[in-house]
Design a binder for this molecule. Structure first.
Ligand SMILES: Cc1cc2nc3c(=O)[nH]c(=O)nc-3n(C[C@H](O)[C@H](O)[C@H](O)COP(=O)(O)O)c2cc1C
Length: 198
């Protein structure tokens, strides 16, 4: 039997959301669980366009089995017009078979996002990602205000999930508070999943 793992499933075009995913994975490991990092391919208006099976760099592409067998899920996307990015939505739109079988019911989930502007839709994006997860019957684990960084942050960080302000040029790195909150989210998710697994 394989070890229980938390799936960290994300899309990232320029790397900011991917860096958040790695910090959340560290938090998951601090919480005593394995983290499995997976991404999704870009989508194209060219219907016939196909991506190679293996990305040229970074995390492998997620399969439905990665999702079906996880003990919990951290879902991340860049903000696109206040919403999750189409490639991640496209992947989620392909999860009807899991919905039909109730494969994700009762599993814990958390969300994260990166934006170019500080007030450019982090919270709406996080909520947009929670909607399909609630339809799947997942249990939402946000970030509690017992995390001091949530009140001290000058960048990202919300009770709905972790967030990062990457700046207009996308070059602003994760700051100390954003890293703390990414790790706290991962740790909390792992701890909840561990309790539910028992
Ligand atoms: C089509 C598109 C729409 C975007 N919409 C927003 C937005 O609504 N608010 C915002 O702050 N940033 C917006 N951005 C910027 C990205 O959210 C930001 O650059 C993010 O950090 C990219 O993450 P990544 O490095 O993981 O790709 C948009 C970018 C694109 C390409």
């Amino acid at each position: 039997m394989s070890t229980a793992y938390i799936l960290v499933l994300y899309y990232s075009r320029h790397g900011a959301t991917a860096e958040m995913a790695r910090q959340i994975a560290r938090g998951i490991e601090q919480g005593g669980m394995e983290a499995r990092l997976r991404t999704v391919p870009a989508v194209s208006t060219e219907c016939e366009a196909v991506a190679p099976d293996i990305p040229t760099e970074g995390a492998p592409y997620a399969s439905l089995d990665d999702l079906k067998d996880c003990a919990g899920l951290a879902l991340g996307s860049p903000t696109r017009f206040g919403n999750m990015a189409a490639p991640l939505k496209y992947f989620l739109d392909g999860t009807s078979s899991l919905w039909l079988t109730g494969g994700l019911v009762g599993k814990p989930a958390a969300v994260f996002t990166s934006t170019a502007s500080l007030h450019g839709g982090q919270e709406t994006t996080l909520l947009s990602m929670l909607l399909p997860l609630l339809h799947h019957g997942m249990l939402v684990t946000g970030l509690p205000y017992s995390e001091p960084a949530l009140l001290e942050t000058r960048g990202g960080g919300t009770p709905y999930g972790a967030s990062h302000f990457a700046g207009a040029d996308g070059k602003r790195s994760l700051d100390e508070h954003e890293i703390t909150l990414c790790r706290a989210l991962g740790k909390r998710l792992a701890e909840v999943a561990g309790k539910l697994e028992r």
